[in-house]
Ligand binder design. Structure first.
Ligand code: SAH
Ligand code: SF4
Ligand code: F3S
Length: 375
């Protein structure tokens, strides 16, 4: 019988997509997907650290895997992804979880096959973390189990350094894929029957792909994808409001295959908070972008993310967030309590909002959005 694997994914679409690459590597190594964890020869945890809750889920699950590992010492446990890229978490995994066989970060993700072999062939415990990211590695083999829907990465990393966010530290600097690789990948997927694509990047609006000395910006890429032959639709995430250009709105309006939906995280409705978050726009500027979208594409669905309880958030700031939500009429809203991430500027900021206040604000916001969706 073939060796079996199980991949457990935490976090965003980017991680889900990268798990498809891990599955591709494992398939090339002769593994097959396991129905159940208990049948697996390799278990990989592809982790997230965007909020403290994501991290504690990983540690909890690792603890729960210990009995399985004791029962079956040949089981290979691997931990990778954003949390493993973080230096403190990497140290914790190394010292406090000695039964984890392989730990690696996001910057050496493409070396997983080598790490796995070092474990299986040389019996080595593999602990590998690289400080910075190298150039994009093309030619990855993804194992996509859904035939009709596919994720396609257009860029990696983030340079925005929003003051609360760990992503730029664990995903490295922004790098855009060359348009020809993106178009080739989508073309091949269309031939294999894919009908729906989601383009992925932390801030797709700053996409800038270079090839043969010419640059393609984000709206340019959208138009080139829209021009591909075949019966398909596509969408993208995530857009940063500060970089959402009129030309991108125009491309969304004009590209026939592009779905009329934009995820445009606002984070807060209070200008002092937006500034402390290093978001580089005001509430008025955000609403201007929103009005522009709706004027040009009346049927466009706009979704958003909001963080409540950022350090220094006053009751008045929170009221400004509620007012913005009332005005914006988001089709979907993802709402989070601020979670302190060591190493980010916001972790050093004064006037932390008490847990109980954060909870109350979150509840109020959820209720408001629910009411708005009823009308
Ligand atoms: N690049 C994307 C996704 C970032 S993570 C973007 O900029 O929108 C997804 C969401 O998680 C963010 O939009 C934000 O609302 C939330 N988030 C990020 N860091 C957080 C933190 N420290 N605490 C709470 N929520 C956070
Ligand atoms: Fe984080 Fe901001 Fe980058 Fe999004 S744009 S990943 S919130 S730093
Ligand atoms: Fe995504 Fe979490 Fe990493 S949100 S980019 S998996 S920290």
């Amino acid at each position: 019988m073939a060796k079996q694997y199980k991949i457990i994914t935490y976090g965003c679409q980017m991680n889900e997509h990268e798990s498809e690459k891990l599955a591709g590597f494992l398939t090339e190594e002769g593994y097959e997907p396991a129905e159940d964890k208990a049948d697996a020869d390799v278990i990989v945890l592809n982790t997230c650290c965007v909020r403290a809750g994501a991290e504690s889920r990983v540690y909890g699950n690792l603890g729960a895997l210990l009995p399985l590992k004791r029962q079956k010492p040949s089981l290979i446990l691997a931990v990778c992804g954003c949390m493993a890229q973080n230096e403190q978490a990497f140290e914790t995994l190394k010292t406090r979880y000695p039964y984890v066989d392989i730990v690696f970060g996001t910057h050496n993700f493409d070396k997983f096959r080598e790490f796995l072999r070092r474990r299986t062939e040389a019996g080595e415990r593999v602990l590998e973390r690289e400080e910075s990211n190298g150039p994009i590695v093309e030619g990855g083999v993804y194992r996509r189990d859904k035939k009709s829907r596919a994720y396609v990465n257009i860029m990696y990393g983030c340079d925005n350094f929003c003051s609360y966010c760990i992503v730029p530290y664990v995903r490295g600097r922004e790098r855009s894929r060359e348009p020809r690789y993106i178009l080739q990948e989508i073309g091949e997927l269309i031939e294999r029957g894919a009908k729906e694509f989601t383009l992925l990047g932390q801030n797709v609006n700053s996409y800038l792909g270079e090839e043969n000395g010419t640059a393609t910006d984000f709206p340019g890429l959208l138009r080139r994808i829209d021009g591909l032959r075949g019966d398909f639709t596509f969408t993208f995430m995530t857009s940063h409001p500060k970089d959402l250009s009129d030309d991108t709105i125009e491309a969304v309006a004009m590209c026939a295959k592009l779905k009329k939906e934009i995820h445009l995280p606002v984070q807060s409705g209070g200008d002092a908070i937006l500034s402390a978050m290093n978001r580089n726009y005001t509430a008025a500027r955000y609403l201007d972008r929103l009005d522009k979208i709706r004027a040009r594409i009346p049927a466009c669905a706009v979704s958003s993310d909001i963080i409540v309880g950022f350090p220094g958030e006053t009751e008045a700031d929170f009221q400004a967030t509620l007012a913005l939500v009332r005005r914006a009429r988001f089709s979907t809203l993802f709402m989070f309590m601020y979670s302190e991430r060591p190493g980010t500027p916001a972790a050093e900021m004064p006037d932390k909002v008490p847990e109980a206040v954060k909870k109350r604000r979150l509840k109020e916001l959820i209720e408001l959005q629910r009411e708005l969706l009823k009308n």
